[in-house]
Design a protein around this ligand. Structure first.
Ligand SMILES: Nc1ncnc2c1ncn2[C@@H]1O[C@H](COP(=O)(O)OP(=O)(O)O)[C@@H](O)[C@H]1O
Ligand SMILES: [Mg+2]
Length: 364
């Protein structure tokens, strides 16, 4: 039996039908592991001591509501868990960053933290895609209103978004008429005080924004396409997008493998990507028009899944469940546990070789 600590948002706010943390917990319990959970604010570091947390030992009941039961509350050093899974959702704010510092100290004390805290810090969700320009729809990151206007003049139809949002929060589309562009820029960049992201609008969003999960560099063979409904541009389930499970296409596998190859060795064991397909367009050079566009890399949690998402994909009905994900995650995490590592006290090295990653907690 291994002891696993999940650093999470409040458990009673989990939407278990789409939550990958829930699915990982369920699989961990099935395998007989001990499950503990805490909030980031339950973690403390007193000078001269180890990084500690007040944690709740829980079990999953298998029913709803009331999907978990608390058995025990205890204070433990993070290093004493076999694995600590950082599953806190954005915002990627100062508190999130402090949490990664405490978790990194727990690593130095010999703890085993997934995803690797430094890598979490180095890869803010939306910004991290900029490392892969060939896969990304034309994108600008700036505080500057005039630059946003120039970008709009160049592309005509754009999406503007805050850098630390999730679940579709603060996403605006501005078309050729530039209606409301000024006030949208001011609202998002807080009159120049905050950096925002602007992207060319990808019309293929009508086919859905595909969430691809990458575990230890390998893509999960099913995706969750989140399809905007009605006049909505956002596919997020949180704002009424329809979730349709689909097999991973060869092109999306290629994208996911390319990204996984780069990020897994940095300690990102669990990664969620949002990908939309590009179609050929006469106005675009062939090289880029055939690419898929990656609009967002959702880092800190493999977004909570595909539970209850069954779908029609062409003539074949495909259904996927969180258990697929949970099993794979737990297997990979288990491989990185002390029983599977040569040197339990050399976590830094074993992290690199096992390729930690970070994940989004849910499908949002
Ligand atoms: N460049 C884009 N082109 C078309 N639609 C987009 C684009 N960027 C975002 N969207 C829409 O907005 C939704 C949310 O965008 P995303 O960048 O994933 O932010 P969040 O982190 O809030 O989910 C996407 O699911 C998609 O429907
Ligand atoms: Mg998204």
């Amino acid at each position: 039996m291994k002891k696993l600590l999940f650093v999470v948002d409040p458990l009673d706010q989990f939407k278990v039908y789409k939550d990958t943390t829930f699915s990982i917990m369920r699989e961990a319990q099935r395998r007989g592991h001990l499950i503990a959970a805490c909030l980031p604010q339950d973690i403390q570091w007193k000078s001269g001591g180890f990084v500690m947390a007040t944690v709740q030992q829980i079990s999953l009941t298998g029913s709803q509501p009331g999907w978990y039961r608390v058995h025990n509350t205890m204070r433990m050093a993070l290093k004493d868990f076999d694995a600590v899974l950082m599953r806190k959702d954005p915002p990627f704010n100062a508190e999130y960053i402090y949490a990664t510092h405490l978790l990194e100290q727990a690593e130095r004390e010999g703890g085993n933290v997934v995803n690797r805290p430094r890598a979490l810090r180095d890869h803010p969700e939306k910004l991290a895609i900029m490392e892969f320009p060939l896969l990304v729809t034309p994108t600008l990151v700036t505080r500057n209103a005039a630059s946003v206007r120039d970008f709009h003049a160049e592309h005509g139809d754009i999406i503007l978004k805050p850098l630390d949002g999730m679940g579709g929060k603060g996403i605006f589309r501005v078309g050729k008429d530039a209606l409301n562009l000024g006030v949208i820029i001011e609202t998002l960049n807080k009159e120049g005080a905050e950096t925002i992201m602007v992207q060319r609008f990808v019309p293929q969003i009508v086919d859905g924004d595909k969430r691809i999960l990458i575990i230890n560099g390998e893509p999960v063979p099913f995706v969750l396409a989140r399809i905007p409904q009605g006049t909505e541009v956002r596919g997020n389930l949180a704002v009424g997008g329809k979730g349709v499970a689909q097999p991973l296409t060869p092109r999306n596998r290629e994208i996911a493998e390319t990204i996984g190859r780069v990020l897994a060795p940095r300690g990102l064991l669990l990664i969620g990507l949002d990908v939309m397909a590009f179609k050929k367009s006469p106005t675009r050079p062939a090289l880029t028009s055939q690419r898929s566009s990656l609009t967002r890399w959702s880092g800190p949690h493999v977004q909570r899944t595909m539970n209850h998402c069954s779908a029609h994909s062409g003539p074949r009905r495909t259904s996927i469940s969180t258990s697929t994900l949970g099993i794979t995650c737990v297997r990979k995490v288990a491989r990185s546990l002390p029983g599977h590592r040569a040197a339990a006290h050399a976590p830094q090295r074993s992290f690199t070789s096992f390729g930690r990653g970070r994940t989004s907690n849910h499908y949002d």
